[in-house]
Write a protein that binds this ligand. Structure first.
Ligand SMILES: NC(=O)c1ccc[n+]([C@@H]2O[C@H](COP(=O)([O-])OP(=O)(O)OC[C@H]3O[C@@H](n4cnc5c(N)ncnc54)[C@H](O)[C@@H]3O)[C@@H](O)[C@H]2O)c1
Ligand SMILES: O=c1ccn([C@@H]2O[C@H](COP(=O)(O)OP(=O)(O)O[C@H]3O[C@H](CO)[C@@H](O)[C@H](O)[C@H]3O)[C@@H](O)[C@H]2O)c(=O)[nH]1
Length: 466
């Protein structure tokens, strides 16, 4: 079996950084170099103060402290790292296309193609190239064409090894993965490459967790896994709307159905809507692929998962407006949370952005508190929507560091992220701070209903009648 001594990972983001840190940690005999074109990001990965790493994940800084400078390196010298590596992971972003054919649905593969061309240009020895990014099914074919046609006639073996970590639990998910998926050709060199990659994960995971498939099954399974997970959330969120009309309680419904072992209890938490960089992007990609093959019914079926998610965010915002006597103009609404889920500083596609946008359309004054998200990020998220000028966003939205203080003279609080600390606040003081009637809209169902009711709040939570 081919022995891997040096790994290069192109892309030092939310996947490349944590994944390679764990590989370096578990495989002290392998030298791992993570490269990126973004110099600022690499500098942050190399920052002496581990609180300044560009990705916040519980447990990450301890692993980086252990490995960085020993067998884990972060660098902008991309060509050098490619040249020296036996195995190259491509872990760059694959966002939804914002232009041209497939705009708004297809995955934008320009960064992937740039990586392939760069590898082809630089490689002087045989390489195993691993797709770590989430890609449309059959992308490996395109990568192979580029490598074989523009390369220096060395042998490239292409593997698909999608990543299933969830943000906020990335380190745990990597250390105790449910499964590792490795897709590749069944040729002798393909099998040898799959074995070499399996051996890396074999440093800490048992054989029965490592699943080898053909490359197309592997590429497609990643999109399907995300589609199934998001489908569960949209399913329960659609039922949350029905619960609110019928006095059923969505949590009781989740529990009742989840006890059926065929359904299972996980991923049935009703919420203000799923966010994150992956679910929407990957489902849209699946929708686009199905349409490309003329499978319109398949495409419509999966698109509905996104439509319900948009509906849920809109529904939450509309409910705030109608509860506050049909006008929020000039009213102070405090947002608890901006990240798309707890324990991450990532805000991509966070429901908070869209709820804020809808309320700003109604001229609300929004005050945001999030324990991990910077002011700069929050304004950038709003500016990116292009709904109003940057000046207006800064006029209507304030970002604060003091969550209880922020509620002074507020009309309402909206809980957008399920950060644990929100549960521990002094809700009595918050009640005193606020204008009456004091409204709380809990988009995550994390607060103590009985306590808030007793204190005098008008407390609403997703999936339950008033
Ligand atoms: N974020 C997640 O939780 C998650 C989980 C599983 C899979 N994925 C998938 O993994 C991929 C990466 O996601 P991410 O969240 O880490 O993205 P990210 O945006 O955080 O990181 C990608 C990095 O790649 C760099 N990059 C882009 N083009 C480059 C090039 N040509 N050369 C060098 N560097 C380049 C960017 O500068 C960026 O730092 C995506 O396909 C995503 O769908 C993400
Ligand atoms: O019952 C639930 C579970 C999740 N969510 C929301 O769904 C979104 C996504 O959460 P989660 O899946 O935990 O985080 P991600 O980091 O987006 O991880 C997903 O996307 C990754 C990128 O592809 C995959 O690797 C992971 O397996 C997949 O879980 C977040 O807004 C959550 O708040 C709910 O509303 N209800």
């Amino acid at each position: 079996m081919k022995k891997i001594n040096k790994i290069c990972c192109i892309g030092a983001g939310y996947v490349g950084g944590p994944t390679m840190s764990v590989i370096a940690y578990k495989c002290p005999g392998i030298e791992v170099t993570v490269v990126d074109i973004n110099e600022k990001r690499i500098d942050a990965w190399n920052d002496k103060n581990l609180d300044n790493l560009p990705v916040y994940e519980p447990g990450l800084k301890e692993i980086v402290a252990e490995t960085r400078g020993k067998n884990l390196f972060f660098s902008t010298q991309i060509d050098k790292a490619i040249d020296e590596a036996d195995m190259i992971f491509i872990s760059v972003n694959t966002p939804t296309k914002t232009y041209g054919k497939g705009k708004g649905q297809a995955a934008d593969l320009k960064y992937i193609e740039l990586c392939a061309r760069n590898i082809a240009k630089v490689a002087k020895t045989d390489k195993i190239v691993v797709e770590k990014s989430t890609l449309p099914v059959r992308t490996a074919q395109a990568i192979k064409n580029i490598l074989d046609n523009t390369g220096n006639h060395v042998n490239f073996e292409i593997l698909s090894n999608p990543e299933f970590l969830a943000e906020g639990t990335a380190i745990n998910d990597l250390l105790y993965a449910d499964r590792i998926l490795i897709g590749g050709d069944d040729t002798p060199s393909g099998t040898e490459a799959k074995d070499a990659l399996a051996a890396i994960y074999g440093h800490w995971l048992p054989d029965n967790k490592i699943l080898k498939t053909n490359i197309w099954s592997s590429e497609l399974s990643k999109l399907v896994a995300n589609a199934f997970l998001a489908q569960r959330i949209s399913s329960i969120n659609s039922i949350s709307a029905l619960c609110e009309k019928t006095d059923a309680n969505v949590q009781e419904v989740s529990k009742a159905i989840g006890l059926d072992s065929r359904i299972g209890p996980k991923f049935l938490n009703a919420s203000v809507g799923f966010g994150g960089s992956c679910f929407q992007k990957d489902i849209l990609n699946l929708v686009y692929i199905a349409k490309t093959y003329g499978l319109n019914e398949v495409s419509d079926y999966w698109e509905q998962v996104i439509l319900i998610n948009d509906y849920q965010k809109r529904r939450f915002a509309n409910n705030i407006v109608s509860s506050l006597y049909n006008t929020v103009s000039g009213k102070k609404i405090v947002f608890y949370g901006w990240a798309f889920k707890k324990d991450t500083n990532d805000t991509r596609e966070s429901a908070a952005i869209y709820v804020a946008d809808a309320l700003l359309d109604e001229q609300a004054e929004i005050v945001v508190y999030d324990p991990k998200v910077s002011e700069e990020r929050i304004y950038a998220d709003l500016d990116y929507l292009n709904t109003r000028t940057e000046e207006e966003n800064r006029k209507l939205v304030t970002v604060v560091k003091e969550p209880v203080e922020a509620t002074k003279e507020a009309h309402a609080i909206a809980v957008l992220t399920e950060w644990d600390e929100f549960k521990k606040y002094d809700w009595e003081t918050i009640y005193k701070n606020m204008l009456k009637p004091a409204f709380v809209f809990d988009g995550r169902r994390i607060l103590d209903k009985e306590k808030l009711d007793t204190l005098g709040f008008n407390y609403y939570r997703i999936g339950e009648g008033a």
